[in-house]
Design a protein around this ligand. Structure first.
Ligand code: FAD
Ligand code: A2P
Length: 369
């Protein structure tokens, strides 16, 4: 049907199409890979179109952990020992303000005794508990529980292993010229030593620390988002706690902390002591929004600090041993994402691709509210 010359011409006409397909394949795969040092060689090596078929896709930069592996690793983390129908009634041991004179609002450190719980209400760093405030709601029904991040290590503030501590900000806002107080946060800030409080949990496996002693821990916190970070830092640097936990932290910990005023900085004395004792292992960067300004003249937020430290931070993130924890105001998430995007760009990385990889690898931990 076709003459020999037509067949040859037709074959030649397909060559650009074949080259185009190979070009597309190569471009697609190299775009998916990130330019971490480990894979730059793969990207830079000239790949002949014919060989492309047999070149395996570059190994993922961030090793993904399978769901089964994560489940197995966290199998012995306690959850829901106490549920809302049968909460544990813990006794308040102490309840004191964490703020200095001139601070905005109310933020308290509250400790509950757990020693009479049976089954025992144990927990690990990074988990939360539920609190059921006394009284009833507008419909006459018992108040629903509210979650609070645990601010103590499993050994408790007194290292005896039978207390749990929280860091609670009283919610207050204006509505129609009236000040509204949050139900549970006000209840918690007002309770006195000796009072009984309904506690549920523990819950949560999102914010757990890795087991590795040489892990690096980057912490991004606003306000009471410091709660889980305080537990991590005590586990890493508090001498008596270290004796108890036998976890010899050898990595680098870096806390970015956002507070409205210096007087609102939480657990500041402890943090300064940890820096003095561990200058090579702990870095502490503050964003004091109503006292410091960012480069645009606006309030200084932790995302501005992230940008200032983009290079150093991303050098850490490139290390497989680095975990990032984000806790506090939900509203900070878009700002942090924007800053991470810019910071990543400066290193030739694509944050929208990298973040899900970090998440899958169990290295990106978020708890915002
Ligand atoms: P509520 O009486 O329940 O009032 C909250 C409601 O008020 C909101 O749902 C909204 O409808 C309304 N509201 C709030 N602000 C405004 C506003 N500006 N204008 C109009 N309406 C408004 N909190 C801490 O202090 N410390 C923690 O460590 C902590 N950890 C948490 C961990 C997790 C996993 C989660 C999910 C939350 C955490 N929280 C923490 C928040 C906590 O659970 C409560 O949500 C918070 O204390 C407010 O509860 P409340 O009962 O006082 O307020
Ligand atoms: P500001 O309130 O000055 O705008 P606290 O819980 O003690 O109020 O602290 C929360 C801190 O987080 C404050 O410094 C607050 O700043 C800051 N903040 C508020 N909104 C954001 C946001 N979108 N991103 C990052 N930080 C924020």
């Amino acid at each position: 049907m076709y003459s020999q010359s037509t067949v040859i011409a037709g074959g030649l006409a397909h060559i650009p199409v074949v080259i185009g397909v190979f070009y597309f394949i190569q471009k697609y795969f190299s775009k998916r890979a990130l330019s971490f040092p480990e894979d730059t060689e793969i990207k830079k090596s000239p790949v002949k179109p014919v060989e492309q078929k047999s070149v395996p896709m570059p190994a993922p930069v961030v090793k993904a952990e399978t769901k089964a592996a994560v489940k197995k690793k966290h199998a012995d983390v306690p959850v829901n020992i106490y549920r809302p129908k049968t909460p544990y009634e813990g006794t308040v041991i102490e309840n004191y303000s964490l703020l200095k004179e001139g601070a905005i609002g109310r933020v308290n450190h509250i400790t509950f005794d757990l020693k009479d719980s049976d089954p025992f209400l144990n927990y690990v760093e990074g988990q939360s508990i539920g609190i059921m405030p006394a009284g009833v709601d507008a419909n006459g029904k018992p108040h629903k529980l509210r979650l609070y991040s645990i601010a103590s290590t499993r050994h408790g503030d007194d290292f005896k292993g039978n207390t749990v501590s929280l860091c609670v900000r009283q919610l207050q806002y204006e509505k129609d010229g009236e000040t509204i107080n949050g139900v549970c946060s006000t209840y918690l800030c007002d309770i006195k030593p000796g009072d009984k409080v309904k506690i549920t949990g523990p819950v949560g496996k999102e914010m757990l620390l890795p087991d590795e002693e040489d892990a690096n821990i980057v912490m991004l916190a606003t306000g009471t988002g410091i709660a889980p970070m305080r537990a991590y830092l005590r586990r890493m640097f508090e001498p008596t706690e270290k004796e108890k936990n036998k976890w010899n932290f050898k990595g680098k910990a870096w806390l970015f902390m956002g507070a409205p005023k210096s007087a609102n900085l939480l657990y500041e004395e402890d943090l300064q002591r940890y820096i003095a004792d561990n200058p090579d292992n702990f870095k502490y960067t503050k964003a004091i929004s109503r006292e410091q300004q960012n480069t645009k003249g606006g309030r200084m937020y932790i995302q501005d600090r992230v940008l200032e430290s983009a290079n150093e931070l991303f050098n850490m993130i490139e290390d497989e041993k680095t975990h990032i924890y984000l806790c506090g105001l939900k509203g900070m998430e878009p700002g942090i994402d924007e800053a991470m995007t810019k910071a990543a760009e400066e290193k030739g990385l694509n944050w929208s691709e990298l973040r899900p990889q970090l998440k899958k690898a169990g290295r990106w931990h978020v708890e915002t509210y």
